[in-house]
Design a protein around this ligand. Sequence first.
Ligand SMILES: Cc1cc2nc3c(=O)[nH]c(=O)nc-3n(C[C@H](O)[C@H](O)[C@H](O)COP(=O)(O)OP(=O)(O)OC[C@H]3O[C@@H](n4cnc5c(N)ncnc54)[C@H](O)[C@@H]3O)c2cc1C
Length: 472
Amino acid sequence: MARIAVIGAGMGAMATAARLAVAGHRVTVYERSATYGGAVGRYERDGFSFDTGPGLLHLPAVYRDLFVKTGKRPLEDCVDMAQANPAVRHVLPAHGIDATLPGASHGGVAAALDAAFGPGAGERWNGVLGRARDAWDATRRPLLEEPLRDGARQALATDPYPALRRSGLLRRRTPTLAEVAGRELGGPLAELLIGVVRSYGIDPAGAPGSAAVLPYMEQTFGSWYVRGGMRELATAVYERCLERKVAFVFGADVREVLVRGGGAAGLLLADGTEAAADLVVCGIDPRRLPAGSLPRPAQAVPVRGDDLPGRTTLLLALRGARPAGTVHRTLVHSAGAHVTVLRPDDPATRPDAGHEAVTVSAVHGPGTSEPEQLLELAEKAVQGLRERLLWQEVRTPADVEAATGAVGGAVPAPALAGAGGRLLYPANTTAVPGLYLAGGWAHPGGGLAHAGMTGALVAGLIVEGADFRGSR
Ligand SMILES: Cc1cc2nc3c(=O)[nH]c(=O)nc-3n(C[C@H](O)[C@H](O)[C@H](O)COP(=O)(O)OP(=O)(O)OC[C@H]3O[C@@H](n4cnc5c(N)ncnc54)[C@H](O)[C@@H]3O)c2cc1C
């Protein structure tokens, strides 16, 4: 049994902690704030309740697996999950297009796209997603389920998306996601693909075609909401940690990873106290550990993140009932700007049936950096928005930085294959023996599901050792 110190109580760190505790280790989580969950926060006012971080979960299997492996009660006994259906509505005001896509039905999606974008649109869309499935099948294990070793990093530098071949300049190099969208979808339909990828904080003009796995994942595995708000998921994981006797120290700001005898030996906290440990798991943006406090050699904890944009979220309290048939998630696409509007059908989010809680968010870019711009785009999805607005609360990248510690409030995106490996994350092992990386800043990257996967990888590496072949 080892003493394991975990930095941060984000979702990736807690997923790791629960798994390590089940394996018989003594695990303590050191969290600088007063609560768990990191980005998965909640804002409450006047009977309204909003998710301040993720509003939906893709790949619920990651958390189902966590609950199966760490206790008797499965995930569905601990939280009330519902698949969003319809899955998503796309509004393109400039083209007069308003398309609602059903959940988990490729045929239904094709029919809805044909009706909104014209005959053949559904076939073109599912053609792209079919090629994305090939990319997913080819890279799923090394990209998501196995530790990132040097060989895999090299193999994953090549874009697995089988773009349609075309003569001319583009044949000389693999096309970007934006080029795939233009060539294989074209017109307004290309905007859809670009908008979905953009909503993950990924720049479609620089991303490889393999970024199409993100809409593939959504369309295939669905988008899931946790009733009461996504914070309920964080609470369930926290409670699972407590059941497994993971200890939490809140208000513990970690300043340094201690290295003694060539290996990780514990943590130095901001108040000067030391917490001795045999192994350390870093579940935060490594750039957060002040310069000079990273274990030597300096590249022991490689970093990523300077390319990740901030995002702004508006929490809108509306008077008037949520209209029947309202779609949970709408993406508004306008002149290269994309915003996400979330309208959960959940009484827990509003004071009574005569009010509605709406969340609007966008990754910073042209037309989406100012709250007023977000509101203007959201109006295209929510009829009478301004007349119904009681109050709004704006969450900026500074708020995200306060909640997560991520430098500049950056939100890590899922890792992607291609682009020469630029969109991969540091491996879960480091150059310092006994120091591991978990959470959204480590392989396989950010997002609720991906950060959850780091838990299986880090726990596997610690429990089974360096030969760990990956999660199943
Ligand atoms: C606004 C927003 C919207 C998002 N939308 C989505 C979405 O739609 N879908 C999706 O899948 N994901 C989304 N995400 C991302 C997702 O929430 C995270 O990737 C996921 O929760 C994993 O987080 P993490 O494990 O990296 O920990 P984080 O959430 O980053 O938490 C890190 C924790 O470490 C603590 N900490 C930081 N520094 C220190 C220190 N020095 N000492 C001790 N503790 C420290 C912080 O206080 C925090 O509790 C969103 C995130 C944000 C912020």
